[in-house]
Design a binder for this molecule. Structure first.
Ligand code: MBD
Ligand code: FE
Length: 311
């Protein structure tokens, strides 16, 4: 039996009451958001005839999500991170702002406080012996197209098991392995040595993967490298590159792949290249230039403040 009570005066007044709209204390913005989300949930329960059993499974699910700290993982999995990016892109388009290097999602695994280096850094500690050496470099440019010395390039990526330091269930990685902050040199250049990462997979026994299973979806990302790039007079860029050739490049559960963010990966086997990089064997090379956008009326109008781990 299906009933529909959402539009009754009784339920509408109840929503106002439960959202605190009848109280002078509290926060008006919170009240407006809670009123809207609660109303949408009540309406969905009515429209879809969501059963009590389904509802309580949902409550238990939210608890599991918190217990496993996976809210920040489900969010990109359901496309919400990508949607927020789409909104920022649309805002930029409306303002006539170009982003020569596209933004893409931050993801849940950034850690503030990585060691800083000038111009060049080695990201990995050499202990991931399955790793294929990677040399990545490029020039950071300002909105005027000129190279930006002293720009800050924050970079973080996973190891060959798809695990990030500080979030590695094996406990194998030391703090800030494969995380660095590189300050660009006088020519706006950044460069790092690391290993080619492997794609991330959601914890197979976790609540995010459980919901994805219900949706008939996988929970894997192509191999990728994250960046925050910032410089005075410019907006902070949050982006990633995907490792070219990864079979999931166009099938990312977190929807972070974008045109312009899959630079070619070139295998270098010649002695000259190996010697020029101080290496002793073949390596992969990625060249990736980054162009920032200017502040808008003197401010970064899209700076994202979110709770982040700081070690
Ligand atoms: C990641 O490494 C990531 O970047 C995102 C968006 C989600 C899960 C793991
Ligand atoms: Fe990631």
């Amino acid at each position: 039996m299906s009933v529909s009570i959402f539009n009754t005066k009784e339920v509408q007044e109840f929503l106002n009451l439960a959202s605190g709209l009848t109280q002078s204390a509290g926060n008006d913005r919170t009240k407006a958001i809670v009123h809207r989300l609660l109303s949408d949930l009540f309406k969905a329960i009515d429209d879809l005839n969501i059963t009590s059993d389904e509802y309580w499974a949902g409550v238990a699910y939210v608890n599991q999500l918190g217990a496993r700290s996976e809210a920040g993982l489900l969010s990109p999995g359901l496309g919400l991170d990508r949607f927020l990016d789409m909104r920022m892109d649309a805002e930029d388009e409306a303002l006539g702002i170009a982003n020569p290097t596209p933004r893409t999602i931050e993801g849940p695994l950034y850690v503030a406080g990585a060691p800083e280096a000038n111009g060049f850094a080695r990201l990995d500690d050499g202990k991931d012996t399955a790793g294929h050496t990677l040399i990545m470099h490029g020039t950071v440019r300002g909105a005027d197209g000129k190279p930006l010395p002293n720009a800050k390039v924050e970079v973080w990526h996973a190891n060959t098991k798809g695990f990030y330091s500080h979030f590695d269930p094996t406990g194998e990685q030391q703090a800030f392995n494969m995380r660095r902050t590189i300050i660009t040199d006088a020519q706006g250049g950044y460069k790092f040595q690391s290993i080619v990462p492997v794609g991330y997979g959601c914890p197979p026994d976790g609540p995010t993967q459980a919901l994805l299973n219900q949706l008939g979806r996988h929970g894997n990302r192509p191999a990728h490298i994250h960046f925050f790039v910032s410089a005075p007079g410019h907006r902070k860029l949050t982006t990633q590159i995907n490792i070219d050739g990864d079979p999931l490049v166009n099938d990312d559960f977190a929807y972070a792949t974008r045109d312009g963010l899959v630079p070619p990966l070139v295998e270098r086997t010649d002695d000259a290249s190996i010697k020029a990089n101080g290496l002793n064997g073949p390596f992969a090379e990625i060249t990736f230039d980054i162009t920032l956008s200017a502040l808008v009326n003197g401010v970064d109008n899209q700076l994202v403040d979110r709770p982040r781990l700081a070690a």
